[in-house]
Design a binder for this molecule. Structure first.
Ligand code: C2E
Ligand code: CA
Ligand code: CA
Ligand code: CA
Length: 278
């Protein structure tokens, strides 16, 4: 038994060692990803449940590295946040998304693009100016850009973030609160922050057809949001059943694999044209 205990222990420390090592390796590669042009964006449509129309697209970052292959966003984004690289990477995302939105406006596939922002991008107080510069640099009307942020953005510097969100909305840039329901202070910040949309986290949507409790919870979130003038987006919709429940509950918009997986800009356009016909 003693020996087994020892093995278990060394097994775990070995695993931990591997994890640290791979984090280190990934971070080392991540430092060169921008200069090596290894990032790209994919786009996932948001659909209105009332009109059936495409009302926007979320830009999601992809990283393909020669040694590591495709690294999942859930893995490298937190690393980019910890190392501070997310600021430079975030600037690239902003630039790329604004350029894409401009291209789409001129090609008859006009679709507002939403980018994800990390808490660190709010820290030095320059995000508003950065967005302003990207929009004016490309001559893009602000209604074609929106931002998605999680409540971690409110934790560090609530007052400054509140001011920034207000300014963004006054400027015409839409603001969505992402992953709603997964944090701790949800209710207090939707009271004080200036927002347009609320995105219900995928974890609620996945259990909406199985758990009556979760269905009630989503129903309450929708009612509350609409009472506050926010439109509600359900993310991670994967089945027709989920879609039907969300429709019954009066959800405004949906996004998920059921409608379309995130895809490269040119594939998005092909999908968009097909979708508009049918
Ligand atoms: P998120 O903002 O909550 O994005 C939604 C995630 O769910 C995306 O994962 C998307 O591909 C995935 N998804 C969409 N529909 C479905 C579905 O029906 N089922 C399932 N199972 N998943 C679905 P992805 O692209 O791996 O991104 C993960 C997270 O990484 C994002 O979560 C976001 O927090 C972060 N992220 C991605 N791109 C960026 C970026 O440009 N900047 C920042 N700061 N964060 C980003
Ligand atoms: Ca998002
Ligand atoms: Ca989300
Ligand atoms: Ca998320």
């Amino acid at each position: 038994a003693k020996e087994r205990g020892h093995n278990v222990c060394s097994y775990f420390s070995e695993e931990l060692h591997q994890k640290r090592r791979s984090r280190y390796l990934i971070a080392a590669q991540l430092h060169h990803a921008l200069e090596r042009n290894e990032f790209s964006l994919v786009y996932q449509p948001k659909i209105s449940l009332t009109t059936g129309e495409v009302v926007g697209a979320e830009a999601l970052l992809r990283w393909h590295n020669a040694e590591l292959g495709a690294v999942p966003a859930d893995l490298f984004i937190p690393l980019a946040e910890d190392t501070g690289l997310i600021n430079e990477i975030g600037d690239w995302v902003l630039e790329e998304a604004v350029a894409q939105a401009k291209t789409w406006c001129e090609s008859g596939c006009a679709t507002p693009i939403a980018i994800n922002l990390s808490a660190r991008q709010f820290q030095d107080g320059s995000i508003l100016q950065r967005i302003e510069n990207a929009l004016s640099g490309h001559g893009l009307d602000s209604r074609w850009l929106s931002v998605e942020l999680t409540e971690t953005c409110f934790l560090a510097n609530a007052e400054q973030t509140a001011d920034t969100l207000l300014a963004l909305r006054e400027r015409g840039v839409g603001v969505s609160i992402d992953d709603f329901g997964t944090g701790f202070s949800s209710l207090s910040y939707i009271r004080t922050m200036s927002l347009d949309h609320l995105k219900i986290d995928r974890s609620f949507i996945s259990s909406i057809t199985g758990s009556n409790r979760d269905r009630q919870l989503v129903s309450a979130i929708i009612a509350m949001s609409q009472a506050l003038g926010l439109s509600v987006v359900a993310e991670g919709v994967e089945t027709h059943e989920q879609l039907e429940v969300l429709r019954e509950l009066g959800c405004d918009q949906v996004q998920g694999y059921l409608i379309c997986r995130p895809q490269r800009a040119d594939d998005f356009v092909s999908w968009y044209e097909q979708y508009s016909i049918t």
